[in-house]
Write a protein that binds this ligand. Structure first.
Ligand SMILES: [Fe+2]
Length: 318
C-alpha cells in the first residue's frame, strides 16, 4: 500500500523544538553523565552497576512508547480535522499516533530484513559483556542486578508518566511532553556515555577489552557488545534517538493542529510533562552516581536528593 500525498498545512506550530531546548542544558547534562561514567570506569563492578541501572530503566521505554501510541490512537474523539465536515472522515488520532509509534518499531527491531533485534536484547548483550569484563560470576550478577528500592520507584514513575490515558487530552499531552523529553535526553545521554567510554576513557582497561571482543551471545543471538550504545547515539553522530525526538515533535505538532485545546493550556501541559521527565532522569543519574560513589542507597522520599548535583532544570512548566 502506498502513502497518500500530504496536503500542506499552513497552521503555525506553538511547540517548536526551541521551546524544549530552552528547558534543558544539554552540555551540563552531558558533563554530568560523562563524570559518572568516568567514575564507573575506575571499578569494573561499578561500571556493571551503572549499565545495569541504565538498561533496567530504559528497558521500559520501548513498550511504553507503544502504549502511548495506542492510547493516542484510541482517542479518535479528541483529534479532528476542523476542515472536514463528515465526522467519520474527520478523526486524525491515527496521524498523531504514528509519529509516536515509529519509535517503538525501532525499539522492537524487526526490520525488513528480519535481522534487527529488540533494543532490550542489545542492552542485555552490553550488560553481559561488561559482566565478563568485570569477571562477575552468575551469583554476583544476580546480586548486583537486584533493583534497589529507589530504582523501582523511579521506574514506576517512568511507567506512570509515559502512557497517557485514552480519551483524556490532559493526560495524553502530559505524556507526549514526557515522551519528547525522553527522546531528546536519550540522544544526549548515549552520546555522553560513548564519549566517556571511548574518547575520555580510551586508555581504560574497559576500552582495551572492548577492542578484543566483537561478539557476545544472548539467547540465540550473537551481538556486537557495543551496538546498543552506538545504535542510539555516538559521541560524533546521531543515532535513532535523534529521529525519535524529531518524530515526537511532529506528533506534538499534529496533536496541536487537530485538537481543540486552548493553545496556552496545550503548551503548559506539554511543557509540564517534558519537565517531569527531565526531573526523573536527573533523579536516576543522581542515584546512580551516589550508588557507585558511596555504594549507598538512599531512603525515601526521592525528592530530597533532587538538588544534590549541580544540574538545575530550566524554566517553569506551571
Ligand atoms: Fe528512543
Amino acid at each position: 500500500m502506498t502513502e497518500g500525498n500530504k496536503v500542506q498545512s499552513t497552521t503555525p506550530h506553538i511547540c517548536q523544538s526551541s521551546i524544549f531546548r530552552s528547558l534543558v542544558h544539554p552540555q551540563e547534562i552531558s558533563n554530568f553523565i560523562e563524570e559518572i561514567v568516568g567514575r564507573a570506569l575506575t571499578n569494573p563492578e561499578a561500571l556493571y552497576l551503572l549499565v545495569h541501572r541504565y538498561t533496567h530503566f530504559n528497558g521500559y521505554a520501548g513498550p511504553l512508547v507503544g502504549i502511548l501510541a495506542a492510547n493516542i490512537g484510541l482517542s479518535r474523539e479528541l483529534f479532528h480535522d476542523p476542515h472536514e465536515e463528515i465526522r467519520s472522515l474527520a478523526d486524525r488520532a491515527s496521524l498523531v499516533a504514528r509519529y509516536v509509534h515509529n519509535a517503538t518499531i525501532d525499539e522492537h527491531g524487526m526490520g525488513i530484513s528480519n535481522k534487527k533485534l529488540p533494543h532490550r536484547v542489545l542492552a542485555q548483550g552490553t550488560l553481559k559483556f561488561i559482566a565478563e569484563f568485570a569477571k562477575l560470576n552468575g551469583s554476583r550478577q544476580n546480586k548486583l542486578s537486584q533493583a534497589p528500592s529507589w530504582l523501582s520507584e523511579i521506574c514506576q514513575r517512568f511507567i506512570s508518566g509515559y502512557q497517557g490515558k485514552a480519551g483524556d487530552i490532559e493526560e495524553l499531552l502530559l505524556a507526549m511532553g514526557f515522551h519528547a523529553a525522553s527522546e531528546m535526553l536519550a540522544d544526549i545521554e548515549y552520546a555522553a556515555i560513548d564519549r566517556a567510554l571511548r574518547i575520555n576513557g580510551k586508555d581504560s582497561s574497559f576500552a582495551r577489552y572492548l577492542q578484543t571482543r566483537t561478539r557476545v551471545v544472548v539467547g540465540d543471538y550473537q551481538i556486537n557488545p557495543y551496538i546498543w550504545i552506538t545504535a542510539h547515539a555516538c559521541h560524533d553522530r546521531h543515532g535513532v534517538e535523534h529521529d525519535h525526538y524529531e518524530d515526537a515533535l511532529r506528533a506534538i505538532e499534529m496533536a496541536e493542529h487537530y485538537s481543540s485545546v486552548d493553545p496556552k493550556e496545550f503548551l503548559n501541559w506539554i511543557k509540564k510533562g517534558f519537565q517531569k521527565f527531565i526531573t526523573l532522569q536527573h533523579l536516576l543519574f543522581s542515584f546512580i552516581r551516589e550508588e557507585i560513589t558511596e555504594n549507598y542507597s538512599y531512603s525515601f522520599p526521592l525528592e530530597e536528593i533532587v538538588t544534590l548535583p549541580s544540574i538545575q532544570v530550566r524554566g517553569d512548566a506551571q
